[in-house]
Each structure stands twice: as structure tokens, then as C-alpha cells.
Design a protein around this ligand. Structure first.
Ligand code: FE
Length: 253
């Protein structure tokens, strides 16, 4: 199993990139992240039922899983949410944060106790931690999901970007961090062109997140990006034609 990696640590507040499966399989590779703030923890896009045992093992190496107080879901896809009922049973006092658009879909995953669900309004929300630190839930609608959010951690200056910034690794060539944007972008292009809704949505998001100081972009698939790579990615996405901009291509015309 790939080891957990600390991406940020100031002694009190830590941002972990959890491990991933050693074996490459015919399923979408996913990343999970854990924010530890003193004695509580926040788990980001915990993943599907299939990866639950591995993610639980990763979390348990860092903190007692019952200390998870918030589960954040960028959107409703199965690789993000299908393990939700398992996590709610382990992290017994945690709240679930997901777009208001998806709250009524949660009973289909077996989540009936709405008291644990905090719907995120379209314009965003915050998660307030016991220490006084705050995590920002930033709109990222239509990238790719209709009701879609990112989580910005202002202490770590890390943007958890969900599917935005995803890269699809060629077989046998996984890496945890992008080193050279020009080669990395080749593994991002096809995914963003097909999954992201349009250049209008990309541009709105880039304008929004550009107001934040971002040291690291941490996506739900692929590799993290730092520093110069972050700047180059935002510039690239701002001008990307994708989704409905290219609709004729997808109909084979
Ligand atoms: Fe997705």
C-alpha cells in the first residue's frame, strides 16, 4: 500500500494525502485526503465502498476514525460517495457536507438520517472547526457535476479540487506529484474536454479560485500540483474548450 503523505503540517493543522492501492485495476483511480486540526479530522471525498477498507486503514494510521467530525463530498458520483453509509457508521458524530442538489439522493445510498446531512447552498458554505479554523466550500458547478464544490483550506493554502485537475495515468506510470506541467497536461486533456461542461464554467471557476492563495491543488484523481504548476494549470483551464463547446465531436460529426 502506498504510504500516507503529509502535504502540510504546522504542528497543529495537517493535510494528508492518503495512500492508494498498489495494484492498478480496471476502475477509476481515486485520491482521498484527510485534514487533521488538533483533535478533530475532516475527510475529503472518502470514496466508494470498494476502497473503504484501504482508506479506513490509511486514516487509522493517523487518527482514531471516530474523531472525524466532517465528511465532505464534492459531488454525487459513485467513486466519491458510494461508501458514505460505511463512513457514517465509523465516524459516528460526523456531519456530511454535500450540495443541496444531492441531499434528496442520499437515501438511495442508505442514508436516511437527514440530521447528519448539511446541504451546501449553491453559493457555498464554510466548515467551522473547534479550534476556530474555517474551511471554505467554494462553488465549482458544472465541473463536472451540476451541484459541485471544492474545499479550500486557508491554513494549508491547499485547494481540494475534486474532479478538476484530474489526470488519468498511462498504465504503469502513476506519480503522486506533477513535476513538469507540459508533460502532465497530456494526461489531463482528454478527461477535461469530455467531462467538464464548458469554457464558461471553467472560466468562472478560475476567476473565483484565483482570489485565493493556492500553494497546492489536490484533485480526486491523479497527481497534486504545486507552485508554478498551479499557475500554469489555471491558465490552461481558463482557455480550454470543453463539453458543450465541442458537442459536435461527441456526436461523431
Ligand atoms: Fe465525478
Amino acid at each position: 500500500m502506498y504510504q500516507n503523505e503529509v502535504i502540510f503540517d504546522n504542528g497543529f493543522h495537517k493535510f494528508y494525502f492518503l495512500g492508494w492501492e498498489e495494484k492498478e485495476e480496471e476502475i477509476v483511480q481515486t485520491n482521498q485526503y484527510l485534514i487533521v486540526d488538533g483533535d478533530e479530522a475532516v475527510l475529503l471525498d472518502p470514496g466508494g465502498a470498494h476502497v473503504f477498507p484501504r482508506v479506513l486503514a490509511n486514516v487509522s494510521e493517523i487518527i482514531e476514525p471516530s474523531k472525524i467530525t466532517h465528511l465532505f463530498y464534492t459531488h454525487q458520483d459513485p467513486d466519491v460517495t458510494s461508501g458514505i453509509i460505511l463512513w457514517l457508521s465509523i465516524a459516528e458524530s460526523s456531519k456530511v457536507h454535500i450540495s443541496n442538489l444531492w441531499v434528496r439522493f442520499l437515501p438511495h445510498f442508505g442514508v436516511y438520517d437527514q440530521r447528519r446531512v448539511v446541504g451546501i447552498p449553491d453559493h457555498g458554505d464554510t466548515i467551522k472547526l473547534k479550534s476556530g479554523n474555517t474551511l471554505e466550500l467554494i462553488p465549482a458547478h458544472y465541473l463536472h457535476s451540476t451541484g459541485n464544490f471544492n474545499l479550500y483550506d486557508p491554513v494549508a493554502k491547499i485547494l481540494f479540487s475534486g474532479d478538476i485537475g484530474t489526470c488519468v495515468f498511462p498504465a504503469g506510470k502513476r506519480y503522486r506529484e506533477a513535476v513538469d506541467f507540459e508533460s502532465h497536461v497530456k494526461n489531463m486533456e482528454a478527461f477535461h474536454k469530455r467531462y467538464m461542461a464548458s469554457n464558461v464554467a471553467c472560466r468562472k471557476w478560475v476567476d473565483t479560485v484565483s482570489k485565493k492563495q493556492i500553494d497546492v491543488i489536490a484533485p480526486q484523481h491523479g497527481a497534486i500540483m504545486r507552485g508554478e504548476c498551479v499557475k500554469k494549470f489555471l491558465n490552461w483551464l481558463k482557455d480550454l474548450k470543453c463539453g458543450i463547446d465541442l458537442i459536435d465531436q461527441f456526436y461523431g460529426k
